[in-house]
Design a protein around this ligand. Structure first.
Ligand SMILES: [Zn+2]
Length: 125
C-alpha cells in the first residue's frame, strides 16, 4: 500500500528519510520510555547523519504539539458526539494523550526529519 519513496513510508516504518532502508530508532515503539527515543547516530545503509545539527530534534516539539492538539480536539469531538459530559471527556483526553505520548514523540521526530531530508533513490555512500 505505502510505496517506498513516500515520506509516510519512512514515518510509519521507522526508516531513514533519505534511503528508506536503514532504521531510524534503535528499538521498536513501546510504552516504556527507557529506550524509546534513542536514534542511531547515522543510517546503516546510506550514512546520513540523523542529528543534522546540535539540538536538531528540539524542533520536533512543535510537531508533537500540533499532533497532540489535533488528537485532543478529535477525542473531544468524539466524546461530544457520543454525549459524554465535560469532565469524563476531559479524563478521556488526558488518558488518550498519556498513553499515546511515546508514539507521538517518535512520530514527530520522524515527521520533523522528513521535512528537511528528502528521499533519494540512488545509493549515496
Ligand atoms: Zn539512509
Amino acid at each position: 500500500m505505502l510505496k517506498k519513496g513516500s515520506k509516510l513510508y519512512s514515518v510509519l516504518h521507522n526508516k531513514c528519510p533519505r534511503c528508506q532502508e536503514g532504521d531510524f530508532f534503535q528499538s521498536s515503539a513501546s510504552l516504556t520510555f527507557k529506550n524509546n527515543l534513542k536514534i542511531h547516530e547515522k543510517c546503516s545503509s546510506c550514512g546520513l547523519k540523523y542529528m543534522i545539527e546540535p539540538s536538531f530534534f528540539y524542533g520536533a516539539m512543535y510537531v508533537s504539539y500540533a499532533l497532540t492538539v489535533a488528537m485532543a480536539v478529535a477525542v473531544f469531538v468524539i466524546c461530544y458526539l457520543i454525549g459524554l459530559e465535560l469532565i469524563p471527556a476531559f479524563i478521556a483526553i488526558v488518558i488518550i494523550l498519556v498513553v499515546s505520548n511515546p508514539f507521538v514523540m517518535r512520530i514527530s521526530r520522524l515527521l520533523y526529519i522528513n521535512m528537511f531530508v528528502h528521499f533519494q533513490k540512488k545509493k549515496i555512500k
